[in-house]
Design a protein around this ligand. Structure first.
Ligand code: ATR
Length: 292
């Protein structure tokens, strides 16, 4: 790797903790391959210092930032402008800085949708989606699908109140396509069977709880596409169950790769090498899962 100079442009990842993030190597691999004098660095920052650090960065040779847990909502207080979708989602994961002025975007939902498209989704407009979980990731996914005119979005969550709140926001701000599903087996089965795509946005099934799945295997059929945002393990119990039922599956790394690709375009205006990003992410996940 070339050492940075005064001419180098930086992209800064803000979050805490960041030791496991694959974003720096994923972006730097593309900068290196394209011969761009850019460098992506992780900066762990606590809540108290977020504003001061960001205000400093926006006065430096920084093209933009990625923002991750726990700052995706708090960072919005420090931005000059917000992209309409990021505003509706209520969270920012990508910031473009130009002439000291900052604009916030959210590429998580677009990244997820791109991974579904790669998996053979076809048109969103015709499809019904069952989303398990209503946290930050679900907000980005559900609102992006609604913004792309999804036919129906069924929301199921352990805490039903959160599902009601998200459904209300979608129906009020985007389109009246969203419906809350009660947690009883009959309601879940009906909604799952009425859906084309089943999506897990919770951490259920993530290492070290690999034997858990958030969606009942017996409700999944060969007509479903099943997507999991969990990528550790790569093949979650949900995806194994879906495969066993003959369903199409979409794994977690796609969202990570395509949200990064969309952010790369925003930072640089250059088309990223998605193959290089993907190879880097899979290599690092494999390494992590092998415990090396
Ligand atoms: P993220 O930003 O990654 O989406 P989050 O905002 O903390 O994280 O949301 C986590 C989601 O996973 C929530 O919908 C949560 O359900 P609750 O709203 O009831 O907390 C869901 N979740 C986490 N662990 C779960 C579990 N063991 N069973 C069911 N749902 C779970």
């Amino acid at each position: 790797m070339k050492y940075p100079t005064v001419n180098t442009k930086f992209i800064v990842l803000l979050g805490n903790p960041l030791s496991h993030s694959v974003s720096p190597p994923m972006h730097n691999a593309v900068f290196e391959k394209l011969g761009m004098d850019c460098c992506y660095i992780p900066v762990e920052v606590n809540n108290e210092n977020l504003g001061k650090v960001f205000q400093g960065l926006s006065r430096m040779n920084v093209l933009g930032c990625n923002v991750t847990i726990p700052h995706k909502v708090a960072i919005m207080d420090y931005l000059d402008e917000l992209d309409p979708l990021a505003k509706t989602i209520g969270a920012v994961n990508t910031i473009k800085i130009e002439n000291g002025s900052s604009t916030g975007y959210n590429t998580d939902g677009e990244g997820f949708l791109k991974s579904l498209t790669e998996g053979g989704l076809g048109s969103v407009t015709e499809k019904r989606f069952f989303i398990q979980g209503c946290g930050g990731a679900a907000r980005a996914v559900a609102m992006t699908l609604a913004a792309h005119n999804a036919k129906r979005i069924y929301l199921a969550n352990r805490t039903e109140k959160k599902a009601e709140q998200l459904a209300d926001e979608i129906n009020l701000n985007i389109s009246s396509c969203s419906e809350v599903i009660d947690n009883d087996p009959a309601s879940r089965k009906t909604a799952i069977r009425a859906s084309d795509v089943l999506i897990n946005t919770t951490s259920v099934g993530m290492h070290p709880h690999e034997n858990a799945s958030p969606i009942e295997k017996e409700y999944i059929t060969a007509d479903h596409m099943v997507a999991d945002i969990v990528y550790n393990p790569l093949k979650t119990k949900l995806l194994q169950d879906a495969e066993a039922q003959g369903a199409k599956t979409v794994g977690g790394p796609g969202m990570l790769i395509y949200q990064g690709a969309a952010a790369f375009r925003i930072f640089t205006g250059v088309e990223p090498l998605v193959d290089v990003m993907s190879a880097t992410v899979y290599r690092l996940i494999d390494k992590k899962q092998a415990g090396t």
